[in-house]
Design a protein around this ligand. Sequence first.
Ligand SMILES: CC(=O)SCCNC(=O)CCNC(=O)[C@H](O)C(C)(C)COP(=O)(O)OP(=O)(O)OC[C@H]1O[C@@H](n2cnc3c(N)ncnc32)[C@H](O)[C@@H]1OP(=O)(O)O
Ligand SMILES: CC(=O)C(=O)O
Length: 527
Amino acid sequence: MNAKPILIYDTTLRDGSQGEGVSFSLQDKLNIAERLAEVGIDFVEGGYPLSNEKDVAFFQEIKKRDLGKTKVCSFGMTRRKNMKAEDDPGMKALVAAETPCITLVGKTWDYHATEVLGVTLDENLALIGESAEFLARNAEVIYDAEHFFDGFNSNPDYAIQTLRTAASAGAAWLSLCDTNGGTLPERVAEVTAIARKELADFDVMFGIHCHNDCELAVANSLAAVDAGATQVQGTINGIGERCGNVDLVSVMANLGLKKKGYVVLGGKSLQPLTQLSRFVYETANLQWRNSQPFVGQSAFAHKGGMHVHAINKASKTYEHIDPVMVGNERRILVSELSGRSNIVALATRHNINDDRELMDKILAEVVRLENQGYQFENAGASFDLLVKRIAGTFTPHFEAIKYRVVAGDRDSDTHAVFAEAVIKLKVGEKLWFDAAEGHGPVNALDAALRKALADDYPELAKMRLIDYKVRVVDSGAGTAASTRVNIESCDEQESWGTIGVSENIIEASWRALVDAVEYKLHKSEAH
Ligand SMILES: CC(=O)SCCNC(=O)CCNC(=O)[C@H](O)C(C)(C)COP(=O)(O)OP(=O)(O)OC[C@H]1O[C@@H](n2cnc3c(N)ncnc32)[C@H](O)[C@@H]1OP(=O)(O)O
Ligand SMILES: CC(=O)C(=O)O
């Protein structure tokens, strides 16, 4: 039997931008739309042209770009009461957007129509019918039945009547919305099946649009698909109003890789999903959700020693799919919960033999340091240096003799606050003594260290510090709280993480900084 195509309708640029903290620029929207089209998303809802100038400009710009088979949709509500469709500014804005598809949202719930819109139930049907009929002259109309499931619970005959009205007026799609995200999967399946049956005499297709207020949006969308919906509306990473929309990444991965009998993106590879997810987070200036299924950084990260032991022999013992299928990767983490297997998996990447005694020593050192507040999960470079030190293959490029930092000096003329660092170190037989200023103590230390090493190691000019994080940790030792500093550095090829822990924040920073520089120098030597 041929797999049934399920079309993916992305509303990241409209419903996604209704999420708290999300605001896309025009360029962001254009970039995301193009990226969605590259991946093969079937519909991209670009915005609400009645709402703001940016959305109007989006539709003008996107017309000039080739999005292949992806259809762009503009979104708007039914005409205002007491106004003809052709005179309504919202209707006019939708037509002016000149998109191949127009998504029209209308009220399904009798209570909402009378209490909020202040119209009779018949007037609401007229809003829906006249708006859909007017828009269908210009484009393929997707009718979003707002609050469909709540409306059906309140007055099933009326809810079905709203759908019939939209379909009679020429809507090509009826998308059933769980607007408040409060419906359970079995009810979504039941009501979707009833709606399809009731509309069987219309040549119309069904979609589903779920919100995630009960953390059920993926389950609800899949339930609707099983009940006959052939379009799923949602957003990348599930961003959107309140708790968000359904995460289309999970929907696509589940339909494409898990559920039998369905195909998404016309059968194209799902490998771009991880990069797509990260691209949208970055563009929205949001933190990645590490534990996000399929595409999160931790989705295939293994920490427990017993897990890593098994994974090394048979990956499916702790992975439900091969991470490559969605463009993600397996990560092995080291921590106090590690066994030898974690250490072997990571240490042997660097031509270190799987020597039992050595691995046990490394593991014991990791456990000891984690007890002091170290955490190597985000400090792979410090872990690699630790392995080399224990294996006896570490040759330091410099020896730090002492450093001193004066933080918080204020320039009497400009009133700018700055820090000054003085360091003394040995490179080979040469003794260096250097000072530098910075915006803060770590910046000053970094500048002084580079100044002292610049002649001997010009490759450091290509290295940058890109992130600096501080956390107070309660070590297990029962002593005073320690400070953990994580530094992320990069050069033209890659980024790497280092760590330092001390009761003193400057010392913790210095240790992380020294590891960052040593890692870069070892790396340069190896190439
Ligand atoms: C479920 C959803 O996500 S639907 C999409 C929700 N998204 C948004 O609201 C974001 C974009 N919205 C906007 O930019 C603005 O709200 C606008 C431009 C649409 C409207 O702005 P305003 O005219 O200032 O109205 P406001 O937002 O305060 O209220 C909504 C108005 O639309 C009316 N309305 C709401 N839904 C509908 C509908 N389906 N059909 C007709 N009228 C509707 C309301 O009755 C209210 O009109 P009233 O002030 O005459 O009572
Ligand atoms: C249309 C829409 O965004 C909703 O009902 O949630």
